[in-house]
Write a protein that binds this ligand. Structure first.
Ligand code: TA6
Length: 306
């Protein structure tokens, strides 16, 4: 065991026995009596629900929360949490007779390991349970690690466990960011990129603007882009950097007022305090893995004062 890392293995039973690392990683009862893992570091704090391996909170000690979480969110088995970072797998968007954005965010993931680093950051490794009712999908493994420190680093790895079949899927870290006032936000990094406009029958368009400014519902799937995106939040005087690896799609979404009122788990005015900038591989960027192959998607979230 290197001085740098003091890996501590937790298993499901360990979960029940509440193995904790006082002051750094503790187990609490969250909303809806769902269990949560609370993480504290010298720079930040975070909260993760094994329900969906869902990061619901990340906040640097000197800033407002980085992630938006709806006050109307449900916290119950079989329902997605509204806000934070929903893990979208194995499909993105609606699917007849199936949960929107796939089943991964509805399952209870197993906390496999907690790794403490000497610098004070902590890494939590979750795994989607095997043997899920996944329709015609061949056997796969999904591992998700959340590293909490001065940054929030999310890493999703999908492995095709078959010896003879391809595995095709979409994945996305559907991140809800907290902003002070959506009308004073600019989103940069996507100029010149093509996007599918969900509000216009998925028409393919090119973003010619130097920044995205939101004054109505926006729901765009940018394709074939690995660009880093920045959210410039003039109200919170903060710049949020969304850097990604292993992702060819970026989704930008704000429901605006009419859709916000139609969402039962979303406050009517909450659209003013959030924007989704989601990193993944969706639509034409879906992933196909050969037998035994693994794909990884990593998102690094950092902030700086404006
Ligand atoms: O973020 C893009 C999107 O697909 C939007 O169309 C909207 O449906 C949003 O996801 C929220 O989806 P959800 O299933 O979490 O309500």
């Amino acid at each position: 065991m290197s001085a740098e890392r003091q890996p501590m293995k937790t298993t499901a039973s360990a979960w029940e026995s509440r193995i904790e690392i006082p002051g750094r990683v503790t187990f609490q009862e969250g909303q809806g009596d769902l269990p949560t893992v609370e993480v504290r570091t010298p720079w930040s704090e975070a909260e993760i629900y094994p329900h969906g391996a869902h990061v619901t909170h990340f906040q640097k000690l000197t800033e407002p929360p980085l992630l938006f979480l709806s006050k109307m969110s449900r916290f119950e088995a079989g329902a997605p949490i509204r806000g934070g970072v929903p893990v979208v797998f194995p499909w993105f968007g609606p699917r007849a007779g199936q949960p929107a954005h796939g089943f991964a965010r509805l399952e209870d993931w197993e906390l496999k390991e907690i790794t403490l680093s000497a610098d004070g950051s902590s890494r939590l490794h979750f795994r989607l349970p095997d043997g899920l009712e996944a329709g015609d999908l061949p056997p796969f493994t999904v591992d998700y690690t959340v590293t909490v420190g001065e940054q929030l680093i999310l890493h999703l790895a999908v492995t095709n466990r078959t010896p003879d079949r391809e595995l095709s899927f979409e994945d996305c870290l559907h991140t809800y960011f907290a902003v002070g006032d959506i009308t004073a936000v600019e989103i940069t990094g996507l100029r010149g990129a093509s996007y599918l406009d969900t509000l216009d029958h998925l028409a393919r368009k090119v973003d010619a603007d130097d920044a995205i400014r939101i004054a109505a519902e926006v729901d765009r799937v940018y394709v074939d882009t690995s660009a880093t995106v920045e959210i410039v939040d003039k109200a919170f005087r903060r710049r949020i950097r969304v850097a990604k690896e292993g992702s060819r799609s970026t989704v930008v979404w704000n429901p605006w007022s009419a859709k916000a009122q139609r969402l039962p788990d979303f406050g009517n005015d909450e659209y003013l305090q959030m924007v989704c900038v989601e990193s993944g591989n969706v639509g034409p960027n879906q992933i196909t893995l050969a037998p035994g192959q693994t794909s990884t998607l990593q998102v690094t979230l950092s902030t700086a004062p404006l």
